[in-house]
Design a protein around this ligand. Structure first.
Ligand code: SF4
Length: 120
């Protein structure tokens, strides 16, 4: 069944199109502007939670980050320390329900071993 199996790959390797510099600029802009709806981009949640790991220019989402909220529960299972308020990018991963035109015939997740790539 294709679903989250709490393996934690996506939280330990968050892949984005935005560089650390762009994220910082967006965050600083949000902090200075009272006109920006905080729920618009959730940059107030996303920027502080990410630690830059590396860039791979050959990928569509070239910037790799580690999430500071990734942790393990008392049984050693991967978990999220802000689960009830995690950003939409986490709630909606891997986006096949919110992006109707996404090709669902192949792997849904870019992470090898992710539960969303398990056979139906
Ligand atoms: S906020 Fe939670 S669900 Fe989102 S990447 Fe971090 S640990 Fe994972």
């Amino acid at each position: 069944m294709r679903q989250c199996k709490r393996r934690g790959y996506c939280c330990q390797d968050v892949r984005l199109a935005e560089s650390p510099e762009i994220l910082q600029k967006a965050y600083e802009f949000w902090r200075k502007s009272k006109k920006v709806d905080p729920s618009f981009s959730e940059i107030y949640l996303i920027y502080p939670m990410l630690t830059f790991k590396f860039e791979n220019e050959e990928e569509d989402l070239p910037y790799h980050y580690y999430c500071k909220h990734f942790t393990r529960d008392s049984d050693g299972l991967p978990t999220c320390s802000i689960y009830p308020i995690r950003p939409a990018m986490c709630r909606e991963f891997p986006y096949y329900e919110s992006v109707p035109h996404l090709d669902t015939s192949g792997p849904l997740s870019p992470y090898e071993g992710c539960g969303y790539n398990d056979p139906d």
